[in-house]
Each structure stands twice: as C-alpha cells, then as structure tokens.
Design a protein around this ligand. Structure first.
Ligand code: PLP
Ligand code: TYF
Length: 368
C-alpha cells in the first residue's frame, strides 16, 4: 500500500512562501501569507500580548500545564462569546449558545464541518467565489450550508453591506439554509472589533432567530498565529434548550476522537487580555493600529499605481479593506512578477497588504 500512496496538491501560499525564503535577492518581496508585519517587515508581537505573557509568567500557576476540559477553558469561552456578540453578564443570549474551544479558526471550521456532516448532513455547501481555499477542502464531505466571512473577506477584501447581510439572513431563514460565519479578521475591516462584529450580532438578535455556527480565530487580531486559539460556537433557538446537552456531547465526541483537548497557552493569553479592562483597552488600540497601517499601505499602493495609464485605475484597492487586496492581476502577470522581479503573490492576484518592501520602497521614493 505504501507504493500506491498518491501525491496531493500542496497549499499554494505555504509552498510559494517556502520557495520565496530560498530566493537570495535582497529585493525579493513576499506578499503571500496573511500575517501582519510592521513597517520594517517584521512580525509584530502585540504589546498587550507580551504584557499578558509577563503577568502569566509571574503568577507561578502550578496547573498551567494541566489538561483543559475537552470543550476548553470556560472563562476563555465566555470572553470569546462576549467579544463576538457584545454580551454583558446578564445577557439571555448566553443560554442559546454552545461553544467549544478549537485549534484556532481552521480547527473551528473543521469541528463545525464535522459536526454538521454527522448531524445536519447537508446536501450542498455554498461558498463565495472566490473564497479561502481551505473552506472547500474542509467541507468536501459535509439541509444546505452557506459559509460567509464576517468581515475583511479573504481573498477579495470586499464585504457585504448591512443591507446585503439583512437580505442574506432573510434568505437563509426562508430557505432553511444554515449560515456558517467565519470570523477570522474581527477588527481588521474597520479597526474596531465591536463594529466588525455587526453581522454576527444582527444574526443573533433577529426577531425570528435562526440557528447558525461561528468559527472564531484569534490568530490575526491577537497576532497569535502559532498559538492556535479559537472557538466554534453554535447559536441556537430558544426552543433548543433541551437538546443543548446532546449537542455539546456530540462536539466533545468529535474533539475526543481527534485531539482530546485543546492547547491552553494561546487561550490563556486571550482570556487574560479580554478579562482585564486596561489590557483590553490597550489591545483595542493595537488592533486599530494594525488596521490603520494596512489602510495606509493600501493608499500608498493605490497612489503609486493610479494615473499611470495602465489597464486599470486600481481604485478597487482602496475600496477593499482588511489584510488582503485582490489586485486583478492575471496569473500570467503574477508569474512574471515572480520570475522577473522576485515579487511573490498568490496566482489569484491576491496580495497580503503587510508586504513590507513595497511600503519601504514607496516611502523611499516619496522621500527623494
Ligand atoms: N478563515 C479565513 C478566511 C482565513 O483567512 C483564515 C486564515 O487565516 C482562517 C479562517 C483560519 O486561520 P487560523 O486557523 O490561523 O485561525
Ligand atoms: O490566507 C492566508 O494567507 C492565511 C493563512 O491553507 C493561510 O489565512 C493560508 C493558507 C492556508 C492556511 C492558512
């Protein structure tokens, strides 16, 4: 059987990033991965995260390497729910939620997909075209489900308007479609996580509630890419109260068969920040700073390209928001950029706005 193991398509972004690392040119430009970078092109550990880590280190918690429960840390999960839905301690909405901690946003999508494929058994899963490629891979086996990105859409940078969200919610309710909201960039569209959560809060507070799932990631908005802090939430109807225990058992079963219990370092950092008023306020300013910097790179890129009598005025670059820009460059043009200029971007023409040589180069030319 070993000889018969077939090859499988690699992930384009990760494999091109590996290729780019090997390129020796000092002028190479990496616009691939959706990870925030500072003006100097370096990763930016959030100061609020560093402060939380410092506090945790001094706590000397003897239990800090113990297992978490299968479904995760209850304090972390409550903070995660509050951040999504804007809840205070008295909110009745908590009673409609079943939440489990997951291996970041990807794990949340996977656990959600596994849950839906076991229990809802959807006939069809709808995704935006284009969408983040793993959506399709993760739902391949999984009434109908539609995957919707809450904000800062990957790869296009284009989000639904509030009016469009209302229509989508109405169609889901009318046709019995289960919305699966992927929330990987809360804070990156407007700079404010509360404002970016509008679609989630609209869905949760509809007069005639519908059930929906949410995959929540803290990779981007806490800069905790490698820590894998996330959660999968089900927002249910009032009348589902009796079945919530069974739902949690099903989710625990799936987790048990896959990895037993979630990792705790990242979730402990997130709950420390969200549970402390000062640290939370600091974190909010840091999210806003990341979003603003991405916005100014966007404007700088647009300024550099417009009016240059090219095929496009590139105005779409400033109409988009978040981590990515969907440039409209063709696959052929992308390939030339890579081969002739060592500029690496996805073949779809998506660029990660945090790519720093572009910013630095634009600043240099503007200073001359
Ligand atoms: N969903 C979208 C649209 C993404 O772009 C990503 C990647 O960053 C994720 C989910 C999940 O990321 P992670 O598993 O790092 O939380
Ligand atoms: O789209 C991105 O760049 C990020 C990181 O299979 C990523 O979401 C990319 C590809 C992938 C998993 C994560």
């Amino acid at each position: 059987w070993v000889d018969a193991i077939p090859s499988i398509l690699a992930d384009e972004i990760f494999s091109l990033a590996g290729e780019c690392r090997l390129v020796e040119s000092k002028n190479k430009v990496d616009l691939l991965i959706g990870a925030y970078r500072s003006d100097d092109g370096d990763p930016w550990p959030l100061p609020s995260v560093l402060e939380a880590e410092r506090r945790l280190q001094h706590q000397g918690d003897a239990a800090k390497h113990e297992y978490l429960p299968i479904e995760g840390d209850p304090v972390y999960l409550r903070q995660a729910q509050k951040l999504l839905l804007g809840l205070d301690d008295q909110s009745k909405l908590f009673q409609r939620l079943v939440s489990v901690q997951t291996i970041s946003g990807s794990g949340a999508i996977h656990i959600g997909a596994a849950f839906l494929s076991r229990l809802l058994k959807p006939g069809c899963v709808w995704v935006s075209d284009p969408t983040w490629a793993p959506h399709i891979l993760m739902f391949e086996r999984a009434g109908d489900v539609i995957i919707l990105q809450v904000c800062a859409h990957n790869p296009t940078g284009l989000d639904l308007t509030q009016e469009q969200w209302k229509k989508v919610a109405e169609i889901c309710a009318r046709k019995g479609i289960f919305p699966f909201l992927d929330n990987a960039y809360q804070g990156f569209a407007t700079g404010n996580p509360e404002r970016d959560a509008w679609p989630l809060r609209y869905f949760a507070n509809m007069a005639n509630p519908i059930r929906f799932g949410v995959a929540q990631s803290f990779s981007k908005n806490f800069g905790l890419y490698g820590q894998r802090a996330g959660a999968f939430h089900l927002v249910l109807k009032e009348q589902d109260r009796a079945i919530q225990g069974n739902i949690l058992q099903q989710l625990q079963f799936i987790i048990r068969t896959e990895y037993s219990a979630p990792p705790r370092t990242g979730s402990t950092i997130v709950k420390t920040i969200l549970g402390d008023a000062d640290l939370k306020a600091q974190w909010l300013t840091e999210v806003s700073a990341m979003s603003q910097r991405l916005g100014s790179v966007r404007s700088a890129l647009h300024n550099g390209l417009r009016g240059s009598q090219l095929n496009s005025d590139f105005d779409h670059i400033i109409q988009q928001s978040g981590m990515f820009s969907y440039t409209g460059l063709s696959t052929k043009e992308v390939l030339r950029l890579r081969q002739e200029f060592h500029i690496y971007l996805s073949s779809s023409g998506r660029i990660s706005m945090a790519g720093y040589y572009v910013t630095r180069a634009i600043r240099e030319v503007q200073q001359d």
